[in-house]
Design a protein around this ligand. Sequence first.
Ligand code: SIN
Length: 325
Amino acid sequence: MPSEIASRVVILGTGGTIAGTAANPADHVGYVAGQRAAAELLGVLPGAAAVGVETEQVAQIDSKDMDRATWQRLAGRARHHLGRPEVAGVVVTHGTDTLEETAWLLHRVLAPLKPLVLTAAMRPATALSPDGPQNLADALVVARWPGAGGVVAVLAGAIHGAAELRKLHPYRVDAFASADAGPLGLVEAGQVRQFRPWPRGSVNLGLPKLGQAMAGASAQAWPWVEIVSSHADARPEGVHALVAAGVRGLVVACSGNGSVHAALLPALAQARASGVVVWRATRCLGGSIVADVDDDDDGIGPATPLSPWAARLELTLRLLCGAAA
Ligand code: SIN
């Protein structure tokens, strides 16, 4: 069991469907996200689950509207609470729509030893059978679980690491998966069944630098990075327009194993020549680009194992601390 010294948990509320309400309990779609405070979400759990739990409202938004300033505030509050010796872990209630991005950001800039557990819901708090209360209860279990650590997301009874987390479905309650890796573990009747190690820290990082760079820079000063998509009938004008407008980095959401439409290649090469950092990521929902040993380099920068959305954040952070390849 966790030590008596570190048994508290802090819930940081940011909004989302888990805090959403609809006039009609049968309505799973026409609700308003981000209406209930984190304290109210905690209030519906059985008393024992809520003992030793604090709440703090960091934001109250639909996560489609997540922005840099909110991320900075969230990372700062999570860092603060994780640093308290009496706190075992921190839970973040969030929307599902950009959960993957927030998970990756927190993983990279905090890389906590203690558990930082994101949770969310697909149905609003007013639904006939809301998934939020069970997800929150499971997240609290993980936040206190002996040996747990790193940034994870807990939904529908599964624990996902920040690096593998993908939202795969727009409606179903089990909307998330860990692609090839499978979930890191399950939460079953208040117990964790673990399959893989906790994602403490991060690989390949210069993490303190990333964290400091993000904390130190004003949100406006973050470098501008966009995703451009390679698809059938692609055209180069979008790339040219972004470069002309001052974009600093581009992530190409590539087809398949990193292939890029021939119509985009000259524009991307020009972008690189003018100093824009260009990365490639696959638009496939699972897996990551497998390197071509024969090296058919088309002039685009390195492939990343990340989704285009996580790669966009990664490139933003690297540019912010001057470490972009
Ligand atoms: C949101 O992402 O805030 C709304 C959608 C959801 O939480 O499922």
